[in-house]
Each structure stands twice: as C-alpha cells, then as structure tokens.
Ligand binder design. Structure first.
Ligand code: HEC
Length: 110
C-alpha cells in the first residue's frame, strides 16, 4: 500500500514527460553507429541534417539505388512513416541533447 504512494507520482511523471524527449522507434539503433556530432570516423553524423536529405538517402538505400555497407539492410526495416519520424528527430537536433539528465548522487540512507 505504502509503495503505491511512491509509485503513482513516478508514473505520472513518466506519462507527462514531454513527447520530444522520447526518441522515435529505432532511433537508438541509429545512434549506436551514427555519432552525435561530426567526427573523423567513417560513419557520418545525422544530427542537424535536413529531414528531406535523410529521407532521400534512406529511400535510396531501400531501393538499392545507393550502394552501402550496412544501410541497405537497415533501411529496409523502416516504413515511410518511421523514416519521417527519425528524419525529423535527427534534423531537430534532438539527438544532440542527452535523453536523460545525469543521475544525481544520492545521500546515504540512514
Ligand atoms: C551498423 C551501423 C549503422 C547503423 C545501426 C545505422 N547506420 Fe546509417 N550509416 C552507416 C554507415 C557505415 C553509413 C555510410 C554509408 C554506408 O557505407 O553504408 C551510413 C549512412 C547513412 C546515411 C547517409 C548519410 C550520408 O552522409 O549520406 C543515412 C541518412 C543514414 N545512415 C541513416 C541511418 C538511420 C536513420 C539509422 C537508424 C534507423 C541508421 N542510419 C543506422 C552505419 C549505420
């Protein structure tokens, strides 16, 4: 009983978190390879790229018009709606901000 007093506000906080904070489906798999900001590595960053550009490239990978090492296979797993959501998310730079605030150190419990 006492536990639910603690859980309910926590659930309410989760439910009312701004939608922008939630990455669209699959976004965390993209960020496993694509870095947040430009680096000298082999994988280009997607952060801040125009959404239409990302959509065009994803469709070119899907159809095989653009050859690639891995993106051809990855792009085939996403619908047009999902690609649009991902493209908007990256274009808005949402990827550049950390999804969660860093955990605060907790005082020792008595
Ligand atoms: C396994 C690593 C990996 C994952 C996961 C991955 N990518 Fe890629 N992506 C690449 C590489 C490497 C390239 C460069 C082209 C190539 O060789 O395939 C690329 C290229 C791209 C490009 C073209 C960029 C340019 O500069 O032309 C876009 C757009 C893109 N990826 C979108 C995505 C999206 C959206 C996701 C998530 C759904 C994703 N990628 C997941 C590795 C990955």
């Amino acid at each position: 009983m006492r536990l639910s007093y603690l859980l309910l506000p926590a659930l309410w906080l989760l439910a009312t978190a701004p939608a922008e904070a939630a990455p669209p489906r699959g976004a965390t798999s993209c960020t496993g390879c694509h870095p947040r900001s430009a680096t000298s590595g082999p994988v280009p960053t997607l952060t801040g790229r125009p959404a239409d550009d990302i959509i065009t490239q994803m469709n070119a990978f899907k159809t095989g018009e653009r050859q690639s090492t891995v993106m051809v296979r990855i792009a085939k797993g996403f619908s047009d709606e999902e690609i649009r959501a991902l493209a908007d998310w990256f274009a808005n730079g949402a990827n550049a901000r950390p999804a969660q605030p860093a955990p605060q150190p907790q005082p020792a419990q008595p």
